[in-house]
Design a protein around this ligand. Structure first.
Ligand code: SAM
Length: 370
């Protein structure tokens, strides 16, 4: 049974220092391992209407769980102002996540504000969102009209009983499939469908999922179960390596490996030899891709994390609400990125207690944003 623990938001982070002398952003900032800053994931709520057993287990995220108060959340204006500083440093892609991002009221307004930003080359951002799909059928069209370009939808099984057991709120597969179709019809494609594979829980769904999405324009991606946070009881025995997933699918539907779309892409790409579309595998456990990681994460309350497996963030909200100028904010972001040396997955030591090597507790995915 999962140990009952109350996870508080990361209270350890400090406001970052503003460098004493700084220059305006140049559109290119590199960290200690020469990785540029290209992607920003923004968690816009720590709440979710699902209780996926590997992410927000009911035993921990129960009725007594203390979510962030509304006043702690970054406002849309604050999110957009911060995003602008990241874009000035070279960010080209923004993904909204959570929690369940579609639970945030008036999200369309935030999308409109972010869609108005331009990269340093004057291009529109690649603006996307990850969702459990539960509200997508209702919202797809308005999201598209607001300026969202694409969506990624999480779906862990086609078998209804397996899916209901995994989301643990009795949500039906058919409703998510309806959301995917609504998103497709609204022009939010190509749609990526993410399936987290947990050994002994939904691995029997790998082939049914592959068969279902074979021949559609949707890109099915298999994610190795990761040791994020401290509440999901992660164990290496629960991980099905991507190589094994590729082997199982390939035995029935032969596949050919494809080149990445760009350096730093999380998924390794495969296409069906018969022209039936594309599949991706995200091997963050068995084949870590830290050396190409160009992602920064902004938590719901405005803390910057330079790694999904971080134990500590940097309190940008304190700078925002402390009266600092855009130039100072941008300088702080640039300095934080330059100091970044994270490569947790490459250094991962196998443990099952949710503690990192330093003994500090990792922040939850629902808080930092998946
Ligand atoms: N609520 C949205 C959703 O369901 O997609 C966005 C947030 S969710 C945290 C983002 C993604 O992280 C989902 O695809 C989810 O399956 C994945 N995820 C959560 N915990 C994970 C874990 N321990 N290992 C691998 N993927 C995980």
């Amino acid at each position: 049974m999962t140990e009952k623990i109350i996870i508080l938001a990361d209270g350890r982070s400090r406001p970052p220092a503003i460098p004493p002398a700084f220059e305006a952003p140049t559109g290119e900032v590199r960290d200690r391992l020469a990785r540029p800053l290209r992607d920003l994931r923004i968690s816009i709520t720590d709440r979710c209407n699902f209780r996926c057993v590997y992410c927000m287990p009911k035993e921990v995220f129960d009725k007594d769980y203390q979510y962030l108060p509304h006043s702690s959340l970054l406002t849309f204006e604050e999110i957009t102002r911060l995003a602008r500083q990241f874009v000035a440093h070279g960010v080209e892609k923004i993904r909204l996540t959570g929690g369940e991002p579609l639970l945030r009221k008036n999200i369309e307004r935030l999308i409109e504000m972010l869609a108005a930003l331009r990269t340093v080359d004057g291009k529109p951002l690649d603006l996307t969102l990850t969702t459990n799909g539960s509200l997508l059928a209702r919202k797809a069209r308005a999201l598209k009209e607001a300026g969202l370009q694409r969506v990624t939808v999480s779906l862990d099984a086609l078998d209804d009983a397996t899916f209901r057991a995994m989301n643990d709120v009795d949500f039906a597969v058919s409703d998510v499939l309806e959301g995917i179709e609504a998103a497709h019809d609204a022009g939010l494609g190509p749609i990526k469908v993410n399936m987290v594979v947990k050994a002994g829980t939904n691995e029997q769904e790998i082939l049914p999922m592959a068969r279902h999405f074979h021949g559609t324009p949707h890109i099915l991606r298999f994610i190795e179960f990761m040791d994020v946070g401290a509440s999901n009881g992660w164990n290496m025995k629960d991980v099905i390596p991507s190589a094994e997933i590729v082997r199982r699918i390939g035995a029935e539907l032969p596949m050919v490996q494809m080149d990445p779309n760009y350096t730093g892409e999380t998924a390794a790409r495969w296409r069906y030899a018969d022209g039936g579309g594309e599949v991706g595998v995200i091997s963050s456990v068995t084949q870590a891709f830290c050396r190409d990681c160009t992602r920064a994460r902004l938590s719901t309350e405005g803390k910057l994390y330079t790694c999904l497996f971080a134990t500590q963030g940097h309190d940008l909200r304190a700078l925002l609400r402390g009266g600092h100028s855009d130039e100072e904010l941008a300088a702080a972001v640039g300095a934080l990125w330059q100091a970044r040396g994270d490569r947790y997955s490459e250094l991962r030591t196998i443990n099952t207690d949710g503690l990192s090597g330093s003994g500090a507790r990792k922040v939850e995915m629902s808080y930092i944003g998946g």
